[in-house]
Design a binder for this molecule. Sequence first.
Ligand SMILES: [Fe+2]
Ligand SMILES: [Fe+2]
Length: 185
Amino acid sequence: MTASAPILGARLKRAESLGDRVMEVNHAGEQGAVCIYRGQRWVATLIAPSLVAELAGNQAHEERHRAIFAAELARRGVRRCRSYWPCALGGATLGIVTALLGRRAIAATTVAVERVVLRHLDEQRAALQAIDVHAVAAIDDIAREEQAHHDASLRALGTASRPLVLLMAIVSGSTEAVIWLGMRL
Ligand SMILES: [Fe+2]
Ligand SMILES: [Fe+2]
């Protein structure tokens, strides 16, 4: 069964509260993250087999995060975000392209994505602290693993070259745009 299965049924409502919207955008974002790692893993199987185990481990974490937000959406009776499939497609494309650029580009991508994600998780936690304990619990449940992904990739990246700094700026901007759009769709 996929993590999104419980929220496919009829009679689901659109997100109403801030907590609902944050849960649906985070759920779609985790789908994007799963697809980034999946795309990178496909390419790494061919050109960097030593990276496959770590990428598969990270993908499993992102699948767990997606399941946490899927369960929270199901509990609320809220359907998934319209950005869910665009996130999947964008994530897979980003994963494949960055993996083709090499192992440091893979690390740079994770650092850039997780930096944006961690900042948004902090902002979400602050905004929801007093009004939505379930949403805050879901955010707290994933934040430590996101930090671990960031820290491990930062170590693997070392000092970023100019092209990698440019790549990170593009990835950061795309991640910000996806979150911005997801909160409005
Ligand atoms: Fe995640
Ligand atoms: Fe992550």
